[in-house]
Design a protein around this ligand. Structure first.
Ligand code: NAD
Length: 476
């Protein structure tokens, strides 16, 4: 697809252009490439809901990009500007993401055109349950076919309503908990899912800093995140956990937080938790927060100098209009599609390195995969092995101490403990993010035709999906 030099393309076109760039580095038959690239099916639904005695109509979508692996997987977004193009783009990204991190799912995504801020809790429950019912009826929800998860504007609460609606309509399905992920732990969820995307972003960044060649390439220094200046856009699920973990565990300085109603900046570093609590108490905004400098036009702070810029809100925020003014050395795409294809071309020329969404925010779907396995196996991770491992570890400690070496109390408690579910989830997530980045960087540095991490990541994904389709064959 040739793009006119000054034209910004849609989110879906942007994803497809990245696909084309990756495809150009591979040897895949044209017909199969087209099949992998395009969305397989999309369902649009309109439905009425009676709210405060008045009937309101809603429109939503669920799109399946690929079903080379089942179920197809992807979040459901509630937003006032969601549309079919966006849902298809996000579904495509899900296919590539799952393939890249070896999560055995096809790619899907859903969206409901709604401003959740306009409705109270009870109305949201009615609307969510009705939308879920429409999707269940057409087999767009089910543990073996299609498994939604939270995205922008949805969270544990909505997933809980969806699973309960599903269970009510399919009481004989004993795997009903597996019909959706991101549920509260008390409703079949898994420890560590809420933080998973943000923690995955942090694991990805830590892995990046383990490779001096890559750090130097981004004109950064050091082998850890310690002291790095970071700007985060969007203090929602992904942005909050990313910023909070980076600040607390890695010693970064979060110098700016950008939200829909303004931004807070302090070169000396902000307290992420304080701003997050303020945001919760102030209708989801940061306006009025007094520590630090307030900027009404929050997007302007995307252009502030920093080491790492983390867009964690929505797509298209770094585009050809502001790309030339970006001063960050590294852009870590926590959101889906925050940098447009056109902007990426400009940023590449400027030497700004981008760790792409298709890799960096895969932590959410990775832990969703663990949750789905937990739901299908009907047992909490760690339940069988925790005490066994504890007993064995204590024997090791005893053996060491019998040889005359006394261990500190802290060490005894650290070594002695068997893993709980959260430990195993974090360990599986860390391993996934490390392995995937190593694969991406290896291809990036080895293959001359591969010019960015995104092209590298996408080409790995396309290859894996192609391999799967090739083995399956075309039906009939
Ligand atoms: P969320 O709704 O919890 O948070 C989004 C945040 O961005 C909110 O605080 C919102 O106020 C803010 N925001 C919206 N528009 C903004 C703007 N113009 N400027 C600044 N801030 C703005 O959503 P989320 O789940 O954190 O998702 C954020 C991004 O991460 C999306 O692109 C989503 O697709 C992607 N993502 C989410 C997950 C997940 O597990 N939730 C997984 C992978 C990718």
């Amino acid at each position: 697809m040739a793009v006119p030099p000054d034209k910004e393309v849609s989110f879906l076109e942007s994803v497809n252009l990245s696909f084309d760039a990756a495809l150009a580095t591979l040897d895949i038959p044209e017909g199969m490439a087209q099949y992998i690239k395009n969305v397989n099916n999309v369902y649009q639904v309109r439905f009425p809901v009676k709210i405060n005695g008045k009937i309101e109509n809603f429109v939503g979508w669920r799109s399946v990009h690929s079903d080379h692996q089942l179920p197809a997987k992807g979040g459901i977004r509630f937003a006032p500007n969601v549309n079919q193009d966006e849902v298809e783009a996000l579904a495509a990204l899900m296919s590539y993401k799952c393939a890249l991190v070896d999560v055995p799912f096809g790619g899907s995504k859903g969206g409901l055109l709604i401003n959740p801020r306009k409705y109270d809790r009870d109305s949201m429950e009615k609307i969510t349950r009705r939308f879920a019912y429409e999707l269940i009826q057409k087999d767009y929800i089910g543990s073996g076919v299609n498994v939604p998860a939270p995205d922008m504007g949805t969270g544990q609460r909505e997933m809980s309503w969806i699973v309960s609606t599903y269970a009510a309509h399919g009481p004989k399905d004993t795997d009903y908990f597996g019909c959706v992920t991101g549920k509260p732990v008390s409703s079949g969820g898994i420890h560590g899912r809420v933080e998973a995307t943000g923690r995955g972003v942090v694991f990805g960044l830590r892995e990046f800093f383990r490779h001096p060649e890559d750090v130097k390439h981004a004109r950064l220094e050091g082998d850890t995140l310690e002291g790095k200046e970071v700007i985060v856009q969007g203090l929602g699920n992904v942005g909050y956990h990313t910023a909070q973990i980076l600040e607390e565990e890695d010693g970064v300085k979060v110098i700016a937080i950008l939200e829909w109603d303004g931004a807070i900046y302090d070169k000396k570093g902000l307290n992420v938790e304080e701003i997050y609590q303020y945001k919760i108490e102030n209708k989801g905004g940061v306006k009025g927060f007094t520590k630090g400098q307030y900027f009404e036009k929050s997007a302007e702070l995307l252009e502030q100098a920093c080491d790492i810029l983390i867009p964690a809100a929505r797509e298209g925020v770094i585009n050809q209009a502001n790309a030339p003014r970006i001063k960050a050395k590294l852009i870590a795409e926590a959101a889906n599609g925050p940098v447009t294809f056109k902007a990426e071309t400009i940023l590449n020329e400027m030497g700004v390195v981008i760790i792409p969404d298709v890799y960096l925010n895969a932590g959410g779907v990775t832990v969703s995969y663990f949750e789905w396995i937990k739901n299908l196996s009907h047992i909490r991770f760690g339940r069988m092995g925790k005490r066994y491992e504890e007993n064995k570890n204590n024997l090791f400690i005893k053996a060491i101490e019998q040889s005359g070496k006394k261990l500190s109390e802290k060490l005894v408690s650290q070594i002695g403990q068997g893993p709980v579910e959260l430990d195993l989830v974090r360990s599986g997530l860390d391993d996934t993010m490390r392995n995937a980045f190593q694969e991406i960087r290896e291809r990036y540095w080895k293959e001359k035709k591969v010019k960015s991490y995104r092209t590298s990541a996408m080409s790995i994904s396309i290859e894996k999906i192609y391999e799967r389709y090739s083995i399956m064959g075309i039906y009939p």
